[in-house]
Design a protein around this ligand. Sequence first.
Ligand SMILES: NC(=O)c1ccc[n+]([C@@H]2O[C@H](COP(=O)([O-])OP(=O)(O)OC[C@H]3O[C@@H](n4cnc5c(N)ncnc54)[C@H](OP(=O)(O)O)[C@@H]3O)[C@@H](O)[C@H]2O)c1
Length: 247
Amino acid sequence: MSEPFPFPDLADRRVLIPGGTGGVGEGAVRAYLAAGAQVVVPSRSQEGVSRFRKLLGEAATERLHLFEHDYTSFAGAEALVTTMVDRLGGVDDVVAPIGGWWQGGRLWEIDEADWQGAFVGLATAHMAMLRAALPRMTRLGAYSIVVGESAHFPIPASGLVSMEQAALLMMHQVLAAELQDAKRAFLLELGPVATRFIEAPDPAHVTPAQIGAVAVAASASTQPGQHVLLRSRAQAEDALISLRAVR
Ligand SMILES: NC(=O)c1ccc[n+]([C@@H]2O[C@H](COP(=O)([O-])OP(=O)(O)OC[C@H]3O[C@@H](n4cnc5c(N)ncnc54)[C@H](OP(=O)(O)O)[C@@H]3O)[C@@H](O)[C@H]2O)c1
């Protein structure tokens, strides 16, 4: 992740990034830290916390609030946001790249653990986070839901991914209809991402750094919430230019 992006100044922002320890989330965490924000990153395990802190190295400044916390239930998300409001005085922005890939079989082959883990658990985590954080967010900020383009088409043996991502896509549409102009909700739709877990990334694939830069640009802009396509590196460059055009 070495692309140089000039970042707007978000020093007054308090940003929550559930899923921030993941391959995509890393880009958002680095970008908001580079923009000067206070960045809250919960992880479900202490091991996840230690691994991610080590990965960030010097980028893990005192503005990074990284700790173990399970936010994937309604109660867990509520407790997280309450703690953030108590300690930092509020929440301005949320980026939610929660959950990753799953390849567990065709629909008639999955068991209940697959269903709970790859569909119910992830949908619940997103819902829990949204209902806990959105009402307490300031009007200034942006709530960015991260999904994959597989929300639009089936991938055999990974059907639960498409089903869950499609649910998130509709979550954003419902949110947009319910919020109208009251607050800003973005949907960042990704193609394959060149994360740290990919050994030989395709140069056409969108990078975590680009996704982070786009999320930061959405936060910094005054543009209304929208569905942003980041299916490739080139598309992400266009999205960044478009979001930065209006502040
Ligand atoms: N990577 C890609 O190529 C790609 C492409 C298109 C779309 N996306 C989307 O981007 C989002 C993030 O993907 P990613 O590649 O960054 O995934 P990842 O590397 O596996 O990271 C997933 C993150 O979500 C958190 N998480 C919370 N609940 C989880 C659960 N039940 N199962 C798994 N992780 C959970 C994990 O945090 P802790 O373990 O620290 O708690 C971790 O930070 C997903 O919505 C994914 O569909 C990714």
